[in-house]
Design a protein around this ligand. Sequence first.
Ligand code: NAD
Ligand code: WQD
Length: 340
Amino acid sequence: MHILVTGGAGYIGSHTCLELLNAGCTVTVVDNLLNSSRVAISRVEELCGKRINFIKLDLLDIDGLRQVFAQHLDVRAVIHFAGLKAVGESVEQPLRYYQNNLIGTLNLCQVMAEHRVKHIVFSSSATVYGTPETLPILENFPTSTTNPYGSTKLMIERILQDVHISDPGWQVVLLRYFNPVGAHPSGYIGEDPSGIPNNLMPYITQVAAGKLMELRVFGNDYPTVDGTGVRDYLHVVDLAKGHVRALEYTQKQPGVFIYNLGTGMGSSVLEMVHTFMEVNKINIPYRIDPRRPGDIAACYADPSLALRELGWKTEYGLREMCRDAWNWQKNNPDGYPEFE
Ligand code: NAD
Ligand code: WQD
């Protein structure tokens, strides 16, 4: 089956392309490389010995997108990763986030409809649950958002649901990721954030590498096991496999499908730091700082629907996440090279 992957050169996209190729799919990637490298694509190809059809394209270029679909008439489904994803940046540049994430998705849906490709898997996020009243989080919990990035996710979910209402032949899959971390165990592909990382795991690996002095732990007065924030971290390879399962399961049945993809287990910042130090035998200096504005105390999934319907559950634990994140960082201290 031929799958079009938007944002396939990025962190989660590259790992998913590998799983798709391993599952026997043909893969075309469109990515503008705004936050990623062409080298990620070559490395996926090397890892599995198969080719990816890579097209450098911005989803805002609807005519370019039309050409892609016209040239690849056998595309059966789209996995839509392409988007901007930094929460803080979205507060500073809301128009850019709405423009890129919403218009990019509208263009994509428009061209899919023109070519009667009606199967889409969308990268949503646990951020759409806002501040949950109880834990663990189920798919039918109320949704709300606190920043423009999260609002784009929720708006896109609604747009796709409306597309399905207008034409019930669509298969719409909304995957709500919790906190993806780690890297492929080969250490060959991984997360390559530009500038100082916002997220916990890449920050830890850069402290471990000596590129950053110390980790700032944002708050130790939350009502959690040790006062630090609790999240549902999942290995990016598990997450990538979730996409393949979701595509397979929804292949023959139209509808809107919503799944939490997480482990179902919460870990605190300090649990993460201590696991990283123990597994990798590296000290991570840290200090306690005030809470980060906008953070919630705890967030973790009830992923049982994904298990029941997709037969998907995570296989890797926190130790493997820490091992593989460090393995990637160690082997690629400056991320992907410009050329290879
Ligand atoms: P990423 O930045 O590594 O990947 C996104 C890719 O999309 C990049 O390669 C970027 O160049 C590309 N892109 C952005 N705008 C584009 C456009 N207009 N046209 C073409 N390509 C474009 O991010 P990621 O971590 O791999 O996340 C993938 C998706 O998953 C995103 O939609 C993100 O919002 C969502 N998500 C990520 C996380 C996370 O913690 N990483 C959690 C929940 C949801
Ligand atoms: C995790 C925990 C921090 C950095 C964000 C987005 C979310 C999703 C994933 C896309 C929190 C603490 C962090 C640091 C710290 N992305 N922390 N020091 O905030 O759960 O989610 O990324 O959809 O939308 O909001 O992830 O990795 O930033 O933080 O103490 O330097 O680590 O306070 O408790 P978060 P994170």
